[in-house]
Design a protein around this ligand. Sequence first.
Ligand code: SF4
Ligand code: FE
Length: 482
Amino acid sequence: ALMTGNEYVESMRKLNLQVYMFGEKIENPVDDPILRPSLNSVKATYDLAGNPEYEELMTTKSPYTGEIVNRFTHIHESTADLVKKVKMQRLCGQKTAACFQRCVGMDAFNAVYSTTFETDEAHGTNYHENFLSFLKYVQEKDLTVDGAMTDPKGDRSLAPHAQADPDLYLHVVERRPDGIVVRGAKAHQTGIINSHEVIVMPTIAMGEDDKDYAVSFAVPTDSEGIFMIVGRQSCDTRKLEGSQIDVGNSQFGGMEALVVFDNVFVPNDRIFLNGEYEFAGVLVERFAGYHRQSYGGCKVGVGDVLIGATAVAAEYNGAQRASHVKDKLIEMTHLNETLYCCGIACSAEGTKTKSGNYMIDLLLANVCKQNVTRFPYEIARLAEDIAGGLMVTAPSEKDLKNPKLGGYIDKYLRGVEDVSTENRLRILRLIENLTLGSAAVGYRTESMHGAGSPQAQRIMIARQGNLPMKKKLAKTIAKIEE
Ligand code: SF4
Ligand code: FE
């Protein structure tokens, strides 16, 4: 059954997570002022699913449980499902202006679904069935699952098994009759503290020597041996000041952590890959493909908020009729919708896998993500251009509320007469939050490196671009006979 947002929050409260931040164990991450906005973003994926206005996008019927499930736990059954996924992500981005974290699990489900099917076919293993019972469990309980791919990677010129420290890629350290024991870490884990379960996948294609590193499985996030060290975000401690204005987005945010797996036990029925190294690369390519599609939705939704904030800032400055301002807003919209075009196109051009679920078009998904490594930066640049320098020099909310200073701030930092200085500061702080505050982690640097750094997409574009076919076309037109 679907959980409500509040039931989700209570379910997180019951977990015994090992979360560390600023050198201390956080006993109650749910109510921590720095972490709570990230929980609220995931909560939004539950609240929106329970809202009749959005149920068409946010929910669907599962053939595995026969029940209505949240689309974030769904296995894509058609290109229409892939398109709806992107639309759902744009919606969630619009409602949170942050990373809502639940997509990594959805992308892991769909990659593991088809890869386990093909691994079983080649090796007679039982991974697909393992995965299906895990999937049913997730759908029935409406859980949030983290998809953990990125290993720390150590010396980038060396394969996993050749690293000076063997734990720099997560690997199997013990095989037991009832399961395996794994050790290693996953870096930059989006949403891990807000997830009930984590699906671990390998991070690169592997050879025979890396056999012990070719491992995929799912375990509860509060399993013995897992601990999470929360990453700092720009301006994170502003959330401790109790100010609503200065944080820009007081309700929603994202989070990332370094997750350590210190001899974690995985029972046999939760294993999805264990030594079949030639499928490590397949799993990576598919997960990365789905997540590159995802950015054509979520970043666009956040972009919608940033464009809107920029237009409001222009109005508050009385600059909205200047032709260059109008043109810059057009350019921002053009760039944002180009990303959306890519997200929709790679979905509409999806194809059925052997297992029956749907994959995005890999070339178009990689073009999508390559654009995402650039366009949000240009959109942010134009937002800063229009917003003006006050977005980084404005006094704090405490100064605005100070009886002695407030009057001066209100008087001298006012734009157009009929808009309060407070509202002007609110919109500028939101732009600051998105372009260089805590949300810039998701909107900027994650756009660069999340779902793979730009060069990873260029390798895929080279592989998928079919240059021989294009050369043939040219030779035919030019009447070249060789
Ligand atoms: Fe979802 Fe976007 Fe966050 Fe990735 S960055 S988890 S796609 S919202
Ligand atoms: Fe991401």
